[in-house]
Design a protein around this ligand. Structure first.
Ligand code: MEV
Length: 427
């Protein structure tokens, strides 16, 4: 039987990192090996790192936190997040905790369909070439599928062909063939790039042109994940604020991001604050996720928000997110990096789509945290509290002194290393 994680862990925030890891590893049923990998000490041997990229000189550490309280489609998840920004993990956990009594997040995904593009230049009759290529779709798909028997055996492989025409480019007309490939549990870049290169000579022949580029598109708009959360207004009534007012504030904040690219960029950055850390912790390609998310946000010609917040029937706050997520469980660093493997075990996801659904939910939670704060107190209050902990550490505080010093410098209204040092030395 697969392990059932309970993602609600009391006072996780207040524990020391070692105790926290013990608690999280227990909750997720992790082996000692995975626990050590998450602890990070020696998780990535230099030899392995040296094989991953070029000119390796060392390793670069980042904090790995765990967001608690997540429930997605009725299943609990402890979410690994590799991130350097304070507030992110706390905010995700907090919003997940608010949503938890109301069923948490509901999420769904399309099939994991990636796109690859084959660019054809010098075609005399672009429209005729489009027709010839589409007529040969079965032959082209069979050729694309002729190498990767494993993928095809798993139900994946090339499923469709599209042909796009650009009549007016700086170098004349262009025919661009798209391969639509079900990549199953892989991120899929290698798979689709190999297919695009494989069919290129045949495409050249059919189109009577010259093939130049053969590469995936990071605008993975056929590989979408959607998540939704619904909170009664009273769940948002915090610190004496009226829940209905907070809900309205969130909707109004989102409205600006929908219409104004200046705000949308920041709004979406806040969403990616939740998404990227999970993508990184699981060894996935966060540049691909970023590229896909922002291109999708601009798909209608104007850059807009990736989420929507509405007041639903009975006054509930309803949040939704939809974005391309090309995430894999197999291949790349997900397989080679021991901490990424352990992070995937902590998450306990069985398919890449399940991973995408958790990731989209974290993005939505992060967005709610930001909008709730922005629509009420502003973000600096919470931010500064966490920032103060970092300053306390920089000033030399350890153990219980960290929180004591942080509290004191916040109270004094001077979050600086000098003040923290003075508090620490009892001056
Ligand atoms: C900061 O990293 C992210 C926010 O700016 C996001 C937002 O404004 O929605 C708080």
């Amino acid at each position: 039987m697969t392990h059932q994680t309970n993602s609600r862990i009391e006072a996780l925030r207040d524990m020391a990192p070692e105790a926290r890891l013990d608690r999280v590893a227990d909750a997720a049923g992790l082996s000692l090996h995975d626990k050590l990998a998450l602890a990070g000490q020696g998780a990535l041997p230099l030899d392995l790192a040296n094989g991953m990229i070029e000119n390796v000189v060392g390793l670069f550490d980042m904090p790995l936190g765990v967001a608690a309280n997540f429930t997605v489609n009725g299943k609990d998840y402890l979410v690994p997040m590799a991130v350097e920004e304070p507030s992110v993990v706390a905010a995700a956990s907090y919003m997940a905790r608010l949503a938890r009594p109301y069923g948490g997040f509901q999420a769904s995904s399309t099939l994991p369909l990636m796109r690859a593009q084959v660019q054809v230049l010098g075609v005399a009759d672009p429209e005729g070439a489009r027709h010839r290529l589409l007529a040969a779709a079965d032959e082209l798909m069979a050729l694309a599928n002729s190498r990767d028997k494993v993928l095809v055996g798993l139900g994946g492989g090339c499923k469709d062909i599209e042909v796009h025409l650009f009549r007016d480019t700086p170098v004349g007309p262009m025919v661009v063939l798209h391969l639509i490939v079900d990549v199953r549990d892989a991120m899929g870049a290698n798979t689709v790039n190999t297919m695009a290169e494989l069919i290129a000579p045949k495409v050249e022949q059919i189109a009577s042109g010259t093939v130049r580029l053969r590469i995936l598109s990071n605008l993975a708009d056929r590989r979408l994940t959607r998540a939704r959360v619904e909170l009664p207004a009273e769940a948002l009534s915090l610190d004496g604020l009226n829940g209905a007012d907070v809900a309205r504030g969130v909707v109004e904040a989102c409205a600006l991001a929908i219409v104004d690219p200046y705000r949308a960029a920041t709004h979406n950055k806040g969403i990616m604050n939740g998404i990227d850390p999970v993508v990184i912790a699981t060894g996935n390609d966060w540049r691909a996720i970023e590229a896909g998310a922002h291109a999708f946000a601009a798909r209608d010609g104007r850059y807009t928000a990736l989420t929507r917040w509405e007041i639903g029937a009975g006054g509930a706050l309803v949040g939704t997110i939809e974005l391309p997520l090309a995430l894999g469980l197999v291949g790349g660093a997900t397989r080679t990096h021991p901490a990424a493997q352990a992070a995937l075990k902590l998450l306990n996801v069985e398919t890449a789509n399940e991973l995408c659904q958790v990731v989209a939910s974290v993005g939505l939670a992060q967005n709610l945290a930001a909008l709730r704060a922005l629509a009420t107190d502003g973000i600096q209050k919470g931010h500064m509290k966490l920032h103060a902990r970092n300053i306390a550490i920089l000033a030399g505080a350890t153990g219980p002194d960290i929180d004591r010093v942080a509290r004191e410098i916040v109270a004094q209204g001077d979050i600086s290393v000098d003040t923290a040092k003075a508090v620490l030395s009892g001056a």
